[in-house]
Design a protein around this ligand. Structure first.
Ligand code: TRP
Length: 458
């Protein structure tokens, strides 16, 4: 069947709209919920440095490649790659990139939506004053009680899933652009206010020291893998989300600058979240290695103690929910646009199918925090396993395939036309990173961390 390459595809109204949408996708729970807790679990400063290196040398080059694929293909991820392969006389096997991405998106969304549900619950608690004057022990107890109740988690997960489905059924652009334009700056302002509070009331010196002072003795290959996985996760890379957003880009826009802006904003938000959280963790006597509950416990203590914390905290959680929405939309969109273009279903039906699958799978994550917390796969709970497989395996794998495909197999003319990198030196840098550095780094880290001793260093 011949596919009309524009029918279901809209276009961003401007370059700014694309930047906003891509930033909306990138900035989410990954920055504010996940980054602090995995940095905390993996030793702080050294992890943060490795993370930043991964963003620069692996994340940004792969991001360019991914947006290129979407902008050139102008279809859903699988069809875009097939279209390009046909033009470039390459095997149609490369469409596997699209399948990996669609699968990864739904797997991630299934637990993302559960955590977004926690955010809603905590927003409600803060609004009703339940957390006023709570101490660290109280916050820890509250969190434990909360996650041991599967019904509650299911209720919030369901609400978040329904809202995501409703929003994506209406199309990516209507609503998304305006939501991101207004809410992202507000989130940034509130985050900065939180950092200021934390610098006054928290143990700022030791918090910053924990986050920035590198203790490389704690670093193993596993840590490097986790930092790299987090870079993919936080930048929304390796699964076609940015490919889909790139496919809505108009012909004239240059990709590289745009990608650097998105990556910088994303990293800024993660670092600010760390600066806000760590000093309070230390001053309130909570543990850095608290895991997924870290920000919920820390923020409850902070908002509970702060003058105006009820209002400020409620606002903060509301904005975080919006940040999670704009991200979850990009997790589900590749599958939706694929269903629409492949099976000719309406957007509403496609949204219900994809959203329903993620919702169902999410129940596994919910149960892994309570009833099924003893059920282990390779020593991980179901939630940990999903997170590990997606962030540390599927996204990096998708990422290197994208990088290799674009930088080795696509004609230079096409890349030059779409990427529009003007300076020769920058072009060379991109080629070297995308062709060699990024793929080798990813493969090397994965092999080592997955326990295969490749004997290179001996
Ligand atoms: N980047 C988002 C965050 O940090 C999550 C996310 C959205 C994502 N789209 C993605 C992660 C695509 C991987 C791939 O919260």
């Amino acid at each position: 069947m011949a596919i009309n390459r524009t029918s279901s595809h809209g276009e961003w109204s401007s370059r700014t709209a694309f930047i906003l949408a891509a930033t909306g996708s990138a900035v989410g729970l990954g920055n504010i919920w996940k980054f602090p807790y995995i940095a905390g679990e993996n030793g702080g400063g050294a992890f943060v440095i490795i993370y930043i290196l991964c963003v620069l040398f692996i994340g940004i080059p792969i991001m360019l490649s991914e947006v290129y694929l979407g902008k050139r293909g102008r279809l859903n991820p699988i069809a875009s790659i097939n279209y390009i392969s046909e033009k470039e006389n390459r095997s149609n096997k490369w469409q596997i990139i699209g399948f990996i991405g669609i699968l990864a998106g739904i797997l991630i969304l299934s637990y993302y939506s559960v955590i977004a549900g926690w955010t809603m619950a905590y927003g409600a608690r803060t609004a009703f004053g339940v957390i006023n004057d709570i101490d660290a022990a109280g916050a820890a107890l509250m969190f434990t009680e909360f996650i041991s109740d599967p019904e509650r988690l299911l209720a919030w997960h369901t609400i978040f899933s329904i809202i995501t489905i409703i929003v994506v059924s209406r199309g990516v652009k209507s609503g998304l652009e305006s939501a991101v334009t207004r809410l992202m700056p507000a989130l940034l302002v509130l985050l900065i206010a939180l950092v200021i509070y934390s610098s006054i009331e928290g143990d700022f010196y030791n918090g910053i020291r924990f986050m920035l002072y590198p203790d490389f003795s704690q670093i193993t290959w596993k840590t490097v893998l986790v930092a790299m996985g987090q870079a993919f996760f936080s930048l929304s890379l390796g699964m076609g989300a940015l490919m889909v957003y790139g496919s809505y880009l108009s012909e004239k826009i240059s990709i590289p600058q745009t990608c650097v802006i998105v990556a910088s904003l994303d990293t800024l938000v993660a670092l600010l979240a760390g600066l806000a959280i760590f000093p309070i963790v230390i001053s309130s006597g909570l543990e850095m290695t608290q895991g997924p509950g870290l920000i919920f416990q820390t923020l409850t203590v902070a908002f509970g103690a702060m003058p105006g914390g009820q209002l400020f905290g409620t606002l903060f959680f509301i904005l975080l929910i919006f940040a999670a929405w704009t991200s979850s939309i990009s997790l589900i969109e590749p599958m939706i646009i694929w269903i629409i273009e492949k099976y000719n279903l309406t957007r509403i039906k496609a949204a219900a199918i994809a959203g329903g699958m993620a919702w169902l799978l999410g129940i596994g994550t919910i149960v892994s925090f309570n009833l099924g917390s003893e059920v282990k796969f390779f020593n991980m709970t179901f939630f940990e396993l999903l997170d590990y497989i997606t962030s540390n395996i599927l996204l990096p794998l998708g990422g290197i395939l994208i990088s290799i495909y674009v930088s080795w197999l696509v004609s230079k003319d096409s890349i030059n036309a779409e990427l529009q990198i003007k300076s020769k030196i920058l072009k060379l840098i991109w080629y070297i990173s995308a062709r060699v550095i990024a793929p080798i780094a990813v493969i090397f880290v994965m092999l080592n961390a997955l326990g295969i001793d490749i004997n290179i260093l001996r």
